[in-house]
Structure formats: C-alpha cells, structure tokens
Design a protein. Structure first.
Length: 307
C-alpha cells in the first residue's frame, strides 16, 4: 500500500509534467487533459517517490513530473511487481502493462546526470475503472492473478447462426483455476483477423494466457494453427502433443487435430478444439502444468528441474 505524493500531467508532449494535485482518470484513455493519454497500453505512468529521492540524493535537482511520470507514489516499489498487477485508488482501477521504457538520451536529466531512472524504475498502466485521484490518496496493490483471454474461431458463431458454447466452457475452467478473464471474443475463420487479434492481446493487453477454440481441423476454412504460428516467437509443441495424447484415449480421431501452441513475448497461446466437450477434456489435462510454465515465463519461479 502506498500514498499518492503527486499527480502530474502535461498538456503537450515534449513538455515537463506538472503536479496538479488531482485529476480525472478516464477508462481506457488515461488522465483527462494529459498529452500522453490515449487508446494504447501506456495510458498512465507511475514512479516510486523512494526512487526519486534516491536519485536526488546523488545530486539531481528534479521536480515531480520531471521523468514524465503521472503518479508519484510513496511506499511501493513498482519495478519489482509483475506486469498485470492491479492497483486500486478509490474508484480508480489501474492495471500495469509495462515496466520501463527506452530513455531519450537527449532529455535534460540524462544530459546532466548521465542516467535516467524511468527506463528501469518507471511503470505504465491502463485505466480499467475511472474516477478522481488526488494527492494524499492511498494506492493499494491488489492480489495478483494470471490473466487469460479466450478467442473463438467460428464463421457461424461470428454470424450469430450458432450459439457459442466453447467460450463459456473455457472461461469456467480458467476461472476455477484462478485465472482472471480479461477478454473474450468470437471471430470468423480468418487467418488475418485471428493473427491480428492474437497480436493485440499479446502486445497491448498483455494477457498471460490466450486459449483459442475452434479452427484446428481439416476443413479448408480451419486456420487457427496457421494464425497462431504467424504470431508466436517460440513454439511449445509439448502442450499440443499432451492434449492429443490424452484425447487419443477417448477417440482415435484426436490424431486429426492440428492444434499448436507457442509463446509471444510474455504470453502463452494454446489452441483448443471447437466443441465444448473437447475444450473441457483438453484444458483440464494441461491446466495443472500451464500454471507452472507461466510462472517461469513471468520470472516468478525457477526452472522445471526437480531434485
């Protein structure tokens, strides 16, 4: 838990932010009147006052807002928290989306001190619930949950011609396992649309886990594995192999699944079949191990080796 020491904004980019005492936070936008607000993942910037004071102790004369931070908070070391951490301040709910950013070497602080703390100590967040934050308010760090999104590929489901039962089946199992569901969507069987949505969920909304349902078979329109491989940077074939091996005990047709899985940045993407029954069977098989894998991916635990 921390205390808000400054609320800073600048009306124009390239100008130093000033402490205005209080400001309105707008859902999926940022601070009203701040030049860096917008529909992107870096809507609000936060910096620990303790880090600023340590920088000042080395001879830097900097005012609140000098590093481009919107919120200066005492008592929280933001840089040690994982992406996805949520903060509550009155009615306002923020979700951390990024730790640090590249420092412009031409900034006044870097020119004078030869360093800047924002690249390593500053964090960014998006606004999930709006309201007013003022100096003196308390900012609370909420319990951390891995965040999951569900993307269903179905031409008929997207057209409203068939009820989507796969998404609720996946959501129920994920929530039971402790995941926070941040996004669900039904899309047509379009390789481009699926790949674009997967990229957005990985790069902007920063989901920890994305499960897709549907589009993994032999039909000419089935393209979910291709869309997934268009996006991932590191394949994780063992996950799909485990699902097929488990499903083969139920039906030999499991061998016809083309499902795949892989990692993009800090997000794991896993293809599931399209039927609710198969979703439950496959997801139940892999969920116990996925949690450990995601903890390794997020840097929250060590490797898989056992003594």
């Amino acid at each position: 838990m921390g205390n808000v020491m400054a609320v800073c904004l600048s009306e124009q980019k390239g100008t130093q932010k000033q402490n205005v005492g209080a400001a309105e936070f707008v859902v999926e936008w940022g601070i009203q009147g701040d030049a860096h607000a917008g529909k992107w993942h870096r809507q609000v910037s936060l910096l620990s006052q303790d880090k600023i004071e340590a920088f000042r102790a080395r001879g830097a004369q900097v005012e609140d807002g000098a590093f481009g931070e919107n919120l200066v908070v005492k008592g929280i070391d933001f840089a040690v928290l994982p992406v996805g951490t949520r903060f509550q301040c009155g009615e306002v709910l923020l979700e951390m989306t990024q730790i640090g950013k590249e420092c412009h070497q031409g900034c006044a602080i870097f020119q004078k001190m030869g360093e800047c703390i924002m690249p390593t100590q500053g964090v960014f967040a998006r606004v999930l619930q709006g309201g007013i934050i003022a100096v003196g308010d308390t900012l609370e760090v909420l319990p951390f949950h891995l965040r999951a999104a569900v993307v269903t590929a179905s031409d008929s489901g997207f057209a409203g011609q068939r009820e989507d039962l796969s998404t609720p089946a996946a959501v129920a199992l994920l929530e039971k396992a402790g995941y926070l569901i941040t996004h669900t969507v039904v899309l047509p069987d379009s390789r481009t649309k699926l790949a674009d949505e997967l990229k957005r969920l990985c790069d902007e909304l920063r989901a920890d886990l994305i499960v897709t349902t549907g589009g993994t078979g032999f039909s000419p329109r089935d393209c979910t594995p291709e869309a997934t491989m268009d996006v991932v940077e590191r394949p994780t074939p063992g996950i799909a192999e485990a699902m097929r091996m488990s499903s083969m005990k139920i039906t030999p047709r499991a061998m016809l699944s083309r499902a795949t899985a892989g990692i993009r940045r800090g997000t794991l993407i896993v293809n599931l079949p399209g039927s609710p029954k198969a979703v439950k069977e496959c997801l139940s098989e892999i969920l116990p191990s996925l949690g450990h894998g995601l903890e390794i991916l997020k840097g929250m635990t060590g490797n898989c080796a056992r003594e």
